[in-house]
Every structure is written in structure tokens, then in C-alpha cells.
Write a protein that binds this ligand. Structure first.
Ligand SMILES: C[C@@](CO)(OP(=O)(O)O)[C@H](O)COP(=O)(O)OP(=O)(O)OC[C@H]1O[C@@H](n2ccc(N)nc2=O)[C@H](O)[C@@H]1O
Ligand SMILES: Nc1ncnc2c1ncn2[C@@H]1O[C@H](COP(=O)(O)OP(=O)(O)O)[C@@H](O)[C@H]1O
Length: 274
């Protein structure tokens, strides 16, 4: 059984307060975009080990047993005593990009296991499992435009369609640690709450829809801020860093031509239609 875990981008991201448990409350909109990995599971005849993971494409830091697809399997295995599986994961989504690639793989793994082994779990039950694997992981279960608050795990669906817009995503070759990005933040209530800003026309977002991580990340990694400026310079209607970085996306009007290239030759670049 095969699935294509996609990415999310953040439309606005306000970090409103630091919690006693060290995490931060935030407000953001997650929007799904069709930049995808490929993930396949098969029942395995292996008797010695429960998971055989084959990885292709971009490298993932860490050991295979720490891969979030393995963690997703273990989570359901604990409850349902699953048969052994062979997993094929083709990585096309860059890691450490703020695109949620690892979380998406994990959420799609839960959905694949649910379907393949007919576990009959509801979307709501799958969301509960997903939330234990990463703050944004549960978003990928329903995978629809979502307003998120709390630590990024309390969801309400929103009516928002960017259908027809074009997107360019650029990720420079720098790594931003999410934990570190949070540690340089001074939480505050936004002047224009994300939930209200998102209702305004896209052409107005430039001035009102803000990702608070930019202020903490751009000074440390100026190349990311330069990519954002270049996207605007080359005609983006709205451009922003996604999540805690290091990728930046630009939204372009339907029918306009996208820039050939942005930034240095070693950047990752994706162009697509929403
Ligand atoms: C902040 C967001 C916004 O989209 O950043 P990106 O990952 O997309 O860049 C996500 O919600 C992140 O989700 P995720 O990447 O799953 O975060 P986790 O692994 O749960 O947390 C990584 C670390 O970030 C910090 N953290 C995370 C979420 C949060 N609301 N407050 C925090 O302070 C904690 O120090 C935590 O140990
Ligand atoms: N299947 C996976 N794909 C990507 N990263 C993974 C995966 N499993 C575990 N990881 C770990 O999660 C970290 C964060 O990756 P990812 O979720 O793609 O980035 P981000 O949180 O910036 O969106 C990586 O550095 C990697 O070590």
C-alpha cells in the first residue's frame, strides 16, 4: 500500500506565550502543499524484526530506528500487535525546513497501517496518536487548511482556498533548530491576529501576516531573509519563512511566470500550483 506524504506551510505564526512546561503557545494556519515523499508498506515475511526500513532520496539525520515512520509503527504495534512490515520511504521533502516532512511521514504511516491492517481507527483517534509524535503531526491526518493554537495541536478547520495561486519554495543549505529558534523569541500578542489577517485578501498579507520566527532566525542566518526579499523582488504577492525555517515560500498570482532561480546554486527549490 502506497501513500504520498505532503508538506504544510505556515501562513502567519504568532508565538504568544511561554508555558510553565517550557513549550510555547502559538497561533498559525497550516496549509497543505503537494511537495511529497513516497511511502510504501508491505506485510513482511521477516520473523526476526518487526520493521525493515529502506530509505531512498535525500538523507535523513539520525538512526533508522529514530525515523518517525518507525515510531509511528511502534505506537500502533504496542496496542494492536501488528505483523512485521517492510517500509520503503523515498525522501523528496527537505528536513529541517519548517515544512513538517517528518511529521507528515509519521501521520501517513499511521493512516497506512490503519488501512492496511483494517484497524478501524477514526480520524479523531488517529489524531490523538499523531499528536504524541510531534506538535504538528496531527494536522496531516485530515490534511486540510487548519487554524492551530495551543502548542500547535489544537485545531479548527478554516475556509481558505488558495487554489490557482502558484508557489515557489526555496530552502538554503542552512539548518535551523526548532528548539533554538524558540529560545530566541520574546512571546507577545500580535497586533493583527493570524485568524483575522488570513481573512483579508492575499495582496494585503505582506503587512499583516507575520511569522514571529523571522525576527529570531534572520539575524542568525541572513541568507534566509535575502531569499524572502528576492521572492518579493521577483514578483511574489506574499512571501514568508515557513515554521521555524529554513525554507521560504512565495505565492505568485495565477498565470504569472515564476522566477528561474533564487539564491545560490546549492538551494533546494520547488515550484508548483496550489
Ligand atoms: C513551531 C512549528 C510550527 O509549524 O515549527 P516547524 O516544525 O513547522 O518549523 C511546529 O509546530 C513545531 O512542531 P514540531 O517540529 O513537531 O515540534 P516538536 O518536535 O514537538 O518540538 C521541538 C522543540 O520545539 C519547542 N517547542 C515546540 C512546539 C511549541 N509549541 N513550543 C516549543 O517550545 C520545544 O523545545 C520542543 O522540544
Ligand atoms: N521520516 C522523516 N523525515 C524527515 N525527518 C525525520 C524523519 N524521521 C525523523 N526525522 C528527524 O526529524 C527532524 C525534523 O525533520 P522535519 O520534520 O522534516 O523538519 P521540520 O520540523 O523542519 O519540518 C530531522 O532532522 C530528522 O532527524
Amino acid at each position: 500500500m502506497l501513500a504520498f506524504p505532503n508538506i504544510k506551510i505556515n501562513l502567519g505564526l504568532s508565538i504568544t506565550e511561554k508555558r510553565p512546561d517550557g513549550y510555547h503557545n502559538l497561533e498559525t494556519v497550516f496549509y497543505p502543499v503537494a511537495l511529497e515523499d513516497a511511502l510504501e508498506i508491505r506485510t513482511s515475511s521477516e520473523t526476526e524484526k518487526k520493521i525493515t526500513l529502506h530509505q531512498y532520496g535525500m538523507e535523513i539525520a539520525g538512526n533508522p530506528e529514530d525515523n518517525l515512520v518507525a515510531k509511528a509503527y511502534s505506537l500502533l504495534d504496542k496496542e494492536f500487535h501488528l505483523p512485521p512490515v517492510e517500509i520503503h520511504l523515498y525522501k523528496h521533502i527537505p528536513s529541517g525546513a519548517g515544512l513538517g516532512g517528518g511529521s507528515s511521514d509519521a501521520a501517513f504511516m499511521l493512516k497506512l497501517l490503519n488501512d492496511h491492517f483494517q484497524l478501524e481507527l477514526s480520524e479523531e483517534q488517529l489524531e490523538v496518536y499523531a499528536a504524541t509524535l510531534g506538535a504538528d503531526c496531527a494536522f496531516f491526518i485530515k490534511n486540510k487548511p487548519t487554524y492551530a493554537e495551543g502548542i500547535g495541536n489544537l485545531f479548527s478547520p478554516i475556509e481558505l482556498s488558495l487554489s490557482g495561486y502558484q508557489i515557489m519554495i526555496v530552502k538554503p543549505n542552512v539548518f535551523v533548530s526548532t528548539r533554538e529558534a524558540f529560545s530566541n523569541i520574546h512571546p507577545h500578542r500580535p497586533e493583527y491576529p493570524v485568524k483575522e489577517a488570513i481573512l483579508r485578501p492575499v495582496a494585503e498579507w505582506k503587512d499583516i501576516l507575520i511569522n514571529d520566527f523571522e525576527a529570531s532566525v534572520f539575524p542568525q542566518h541572513p541568507v534566509i531573509g535575502e531569499i524572502k526579499r528576492e521572492l518579493y523582488h521577483q514578483g511574489a504577492i506574499y512571501a514568508s519563512m515557513s515554521g521555524s525555517g529554513s525554507s521560504v515560500f512565495g505565492l505568485f498570482a495565477p498565470g504569472t511566470s515564476l522566477p528561474e532561480t533564487i539564491g545560490e546554486s546549492d538551494v533546494f527549490c520547488f515550484k508548483g500550483k496550489l
